[in-house]
Ligand binder design. Structure first.
Ligand code: NAD
Ligand code: ZN
Ligand code: ZN
Length: 364
């Protein structure tokens, strides 16, 4: 099969012929129909999220099951599925506490060494798989607990978005923050993740949603998706403007970029007792200075949000229903549908902030 392989950091991905194994016990072979391109791919390419090459990126997929391995009972050939990096072991303390998105038992979902590699290059050398998925490829060989079955009437190119960005953003609002109806919310960064957080706030019944971005066209898109106010972050520190608009700060502010300066702004934008929700990934090892007295004395809460605190087997089919009943808007979020061969161009566009979500669509 064809796949885009990261052979080195900070270099274009290489389109190669790659071998994918047959499903072993607990594994499912999926024909990738579509894969969204998330900013986290760039973090891996640029080294901010360490993952040794050679590896195949891509973690926002939807597809169709081709074959299932021994013992797989939840899936059958022909099933439509979404893949998620939050594969859960079902047995560790965090899974049993109802936080499977923080599962610590990931190694039990990997193959035993004697089973051989899931992915290998033409010369037989192993290629690392990204979080059980690696969807910049025509097929995926995943552990069954990285997949969820969805309705057949959901278009797969839009279903793909739910695999990461939508679940991350919607979940940040609905699961991590648990935004109450009537709340005031701010979303800083209106890419695929931020536009989804914004929609999560809208679905939760927020009274006011302020979108912040540095690109005017993203702010226009944010208004189409439910922002009541917009602030251009390139016109100086947006914190003051948010305080003006909200009369003293928001109940919730969502950082959806991953920059130290916008993390500081996010904490500054919430009012007494409010919550700053950190969704963007600040590259590993980078420190951020915060006014701690403000957090202590004003009881501000700073919440990390990993993959929208999901229980994806429950959340994703619900988000599919939200799309099909018109509450979740996905068509507007897709800037371009491309072929695998154009992945490097798409990554450049993402780096330059020129895209909301771009989706690789594979031939049927
Ligand atoms: N926590 C998680 O589980 C999780 C999951 C997925 C993605 N992420 C992270 O979320 C972040 C966003 O991902 P994405 O795919 O939406 O990225 P993106 O590149 O599509 O969006 C980022 C947006 O931020 C805007 N921006 C950049 N600098 C800004 C500034 N100074 N002020 C205001 N806006 C600014 C850009 O114009 C762009 O619209 C990334 O860091 C990604 O790694 C986290
Ligand atoms: Zn992602
Ligand atoms: Zn677990």
């Amino acid at each position: 099969m064809k796949a885009a392989v990261m052979r080195r950091n900070n270099a274009p991905l290489e389109i190669e012929e790659v071998t994918i194994d047959s499903p072993g016990p607990g594994e499912v072979l999926v024909r990738t129909a579509a894969s969204g391109i998330c900013h986290s791919e760039l973090h891996v390419i640029e080294g901010g999220l360490p993952m040794p090459p050679p590896c195949i990126l891509g973690h926002e997929p939807a597809g169709v099951v081709e074959e299932v391995g021994e013992g797989v009972t939840d899936f059958a050939p022909g099933d439509h599925v979404i893949g998620c990096i939050s594969a859960f072991c079902g047995k560790c303390e965090l899974c049993l506490k109802g936080k499977p998105h923080l599962c610590a038992g990931g190694e039990t979902l990997q193959r035993p060494p004697e089973a051989g590699f899931r992915l290998s290059a033409a010369d037989g050398s192993p290629i690392l798989q990204f979080a059980n998925l690696s969807s910049f490829a025509e097929k995926m060989l995943s552990h069954e607990r990285a997949l969820v079955k969805i309705r057949d009437d959901m278009p797969l190119d839009r279903a793909a978005l739910i695999g990461c960005g939508v679940t991350t953003g919607l979940g940040a609002a609905l699961n991590t923050a648990r935004v109450e109806p009537g709340s005031t919310c701010v979303v800083i960064g209106c890419g695929g993740v931020g536009l989804s957080a914004l929609q999560g706030c809208r679905i939760a019944g927020a009274s006011r949603i302020i979108a912040v971005d540095t690109q005017p066209w993203k702010l226009e898109l944010a208004q189409k998706l439910g922002a009541s106010d917009v602030v251009d972050g390139s016109e100086g520190d947006p914190t003051l403007k948010v305080h003006e608009l909200t009369g003293g700060g928001a109940d919730y502010a969502f950082e959806c970029i991953g920059l130290p300066v916008t993390v500081q702004q996010t904490v500054g934008m919430v009012k007494r007792g409010g919550a700053a929700v950190l969704v963007g990934v600040v590259p590993l090892g980078k420190m951020v200075e915060l006014h701690i007295a403000e957090i202590t004395l004003q009881e501000k809460r700073v919440l990390g949000s990993m993959m929208g605190s999901n229980r994806f087997r429950i959340d994703m089919p619900r988000y599919v229903d939200f799309y099909l009943d018109g509450r979740l808007k996905l068509d507007e979020m897709i800037s371009a549908r491309i072929g695998l061969a154009d992945v490097n161009d798409a990554l450049d566009k993402l780096r330059a902030g020129e895209a909301a979500r771009q989706v690789i669509v594979f031939d049927a």
